[in-house]
Structure formats: C-alpha cells, structure tokens
Design a protein around this ligand. Structure first.
Ligand SMILES: [Zn+2]
Length: 315
C-alpha cells in the first residue's frame, strides 16, 4: 500500500509539474501584449472615419480611399478607380455566373433551429434573415454556365460572415448528393469566417459531413471546382474549400485557417506582408490559378468543356 502511495504521489507530482509547464507554455503563446498595444492604434485609425461624411448611395473604397457612387461599382462590384473587388452577395454572384434564368435553387427555405439553445441566436438569425433576404449563409442550386450544366453553391459573407453552420453544411451535402446522383459537376464559391460558434460541435461536424459527400462525388469520377473569394477562413478552408479538383481564387482574396494575429502570437514571428493572400498561396502551390472576376464565367465554362460536360444538343 505504501509503495502504491509512493508511486501515486510520484505520478501526481510529475503530472502536476508537467501541467504547470504546459500552462506556462500556453501562457507564453497568448497574444496579450499585442492586444493592449493595438487597441489605441485602432481607435486612432477609426477616428477620422467618423468625421468624413459619405453621401447616401456612396461608399468609400478601402483600397484607394475614393468616395464612389455604389452604382458605379457595376454588377461585378469592382472599384472603377483602382479595380478593387468588393464582396459580392450570393444573389449578385449567381447573376454574374449563371446563364440568365437558368438557376434553379435547392432547399430554398431551410433554416437553422438553434440546436444548442445558444442565447440570442434565434433572434440574431431572424434579424439577419430580414436584413439580407437570405435564410442562411449559402445558396445552392443548378444552372448552366455558357450553356454547360452544373450544380452551383455560393456562400454569402453578409449572413453572419458566411459561418459554417448546420444549414450551410446540410445544403452543401444535398447539393453534392444531387450532383452525384445526376452525374453533374459542382462549383462552390467559398467565403467564410469559419465555423458558426452558436452551433458549437454541430457546426464542426459539418466539415466531415460535407467532405464525405465530396468524397462520394469524387469516387463517382465527377468534377469539383472551388472558387475561393475574400475571405475564406477556418473550418471552410480546413474542409471543402481545399478539396476541389481544381482550386481557383479571385485576386487578392484573403485565404487562411487561423488569422494572421493568432499565428504571429503563437509562433512569435512576424509574417510576410502578402501572407494569406491568393497570390502568396498560388506561389506556394495551394491554389491552381487566380482568375479575374469578369473572366470567371468563361474560365468555368472552359473547365466544364474540358471535362466533357456538354451543352444541350452538343455531340
Ligand atoms: Zn478603389
């Protein structure tokens, strides 16, 4: 018994000591100082913005600083002064990619049920639905692109930063299952801040669920193309965004898993300026090509053609 106690106290001592070390190590990696230092800087940055008045129907380009009439951005949402790409909502994106009147939406009315009873989540969903006219952060359906049929899914950053929750996961899974059944290619436009925290583990499970549907689609020998748009982060990057047979991106899109500040705080190193941009990822082999926004319908149609996806009536 005594021997056992000795061993036990020895084990306790070891585990307590090693735990202490671990806690210290974790504390080291926390970016506490960064936060304290950056706060005043941020406040100073924001102050002049408040004074500047932006007239109704106008927007300030965050890239060139010009005040631009929103209409001047055109249907592709591009700054006429500096060609910066503004974020597109799902509706505008589908309009820009799919042939006119060809889009047939799947699961139009699917909405989240607040599975974990997360405080205020139901109200937040409702107000975001009213604001955006969307039921959740993705639209899925089928369409033709320059005559060639495909299943298309477009995430929308206007809906809770296109976070991956149960509805996004389920709609994507069903879209892939439909495509597998009907032997169709899938094109997914990604953008996301990551998993939806209000749905906790259920949100994380969507990564595996969608990936499994992607795998079955792939085993059937079918084509999957992802188009990464600004910003694509977190669980979306860690699952279906990077599973495309062909991975395209829009210019200057921010793409990553964890954000720059978290990584810099953890590894205690300064990251290169262009880190987590589409251009940096292309150089390092993470993506296949960067495509200008206005070229996307043509490039996607050509990719479909190269994979033997025919127009109606084409031999
Ligand atoms: Zn601009």
């Amino acid at each position: 018994m005594k021997l056992f106690d000795n061993i036990k106290s020895g084990i306790d001592k070891i585990s307590v000591d090693s735990l202490k070390d671990k806690v210290e190590a974790i504390k080291e990696t926390m970016p506490k100082k960064d936060k304290a230092e950056k706060k005043p800087e941020k406040a100073a940055e924001k102050a002049p913005d408040k004074k500047e008045e932006i007239p109704e129907g106008h927007i300030k380009c965050p890239s060139c600083g010009n005040i631009i009439e929103k209409r001047a951005l055109g249907h592709l949402k591009i700054c006429p002064k500096c060609a910066k790409l503004f974020r597109m909502n799902a509706r505008d994106r589908i309009r820009a990619i799919a042939d006119k009147d060809s889009f047939e939406e799947f699961d139009v009315n699917m909405e989240s049920k607040n599975p974990l009873n997360f405080p205020d989540y139901t109200a937040k969903i409702k107000s975001t639905q009213e604001k955006t006219g969307l039921k959740d952060a993705i639209k899925t359906g089928k369409c033709t692109i320059e005559g060639r049929p495909c299943v298309i899914a477009v995430m929308d950053s206007g809906f809770m930063m296109a976070s991956l929750g149960s509805v996004v996961g389920e709609k994507l899974t069903r879209a892939f299952e439909y495509a597998t059944e009907h032997k169709m290619a899938v094109i997914v436009f990604t953008c996301s801040g990551g998993a939806r925290m209000q749905e906790g583990i259920i949100s994380l499970m969507q990564m595996a669920k969608v990936s499994a549907a992607v795998a079955k689609h792939s085993q059937a020998g079918l084509l999957y193309v992802t188009v990464l748009t600004d910003p694509t982060y977190g669980g979306v990057t860690a699952s279906y965004a990077m599973l495309g047979d062909i991975i395209l991106s829009e210019p200057k899109a921010a793409i990553g898993f964890a954000g720059r500040r978290v990584i810099e705080g953890t590894i205690k190193q300064k990251l290169p300026d262009e880190f987590q941009t589409a251009e940096f990822l292309l150089e390092h082999g993470f993506i296949d090509s960067i495509v200008e926004r206005e070229m996307l319908p043509e490039v996607l149609s050509r990719i479909l053609k190269l994979h033997n996806i025919k127009k109606a009536g084409e031999m």
